[in-house]
Ligand binder design. Structure first.
Ligand code: ZN
Length: 76
């Protein structure tokens, strides 16, 4: 009788772990689908870190904003 109770506990625990496993990897999988937008790049003008999706790329260099890009390109 006690063994049966322990068995049911294990089944319930396994089911709970399985549900947690089903729910948890969802955000990791969505990151793999769009790795570009979640990657961080450093602004070459002010050093601020922005996501690659929101970064400005001018002549192959990453900037956080249009103002930073203009400032950096004018000084070089
Ligand atoms: Zn900047």
């Amino acid at each position: 009788m006690l063994l049966r109770f322990i068995f049911y506990c294990l089944v319930a625990y396994a089911g709970f772990r399985f549900l947690r496993w089903l729910v948890k990897p969802a955000p990791a999988r969505s990151n793999l689908r769009s790795p570009r937008s979640s990657r961080m790049v450093r602004c070459e003008s002010c050093g601020l870190f922005v996501t690659e999706g929101s970064a400005m790329v001018v002549r192959g260099r990453d900037f956080c904003s249009k103002a930073c890009a203009q400032r950096n390109l004018r000084s070089t």
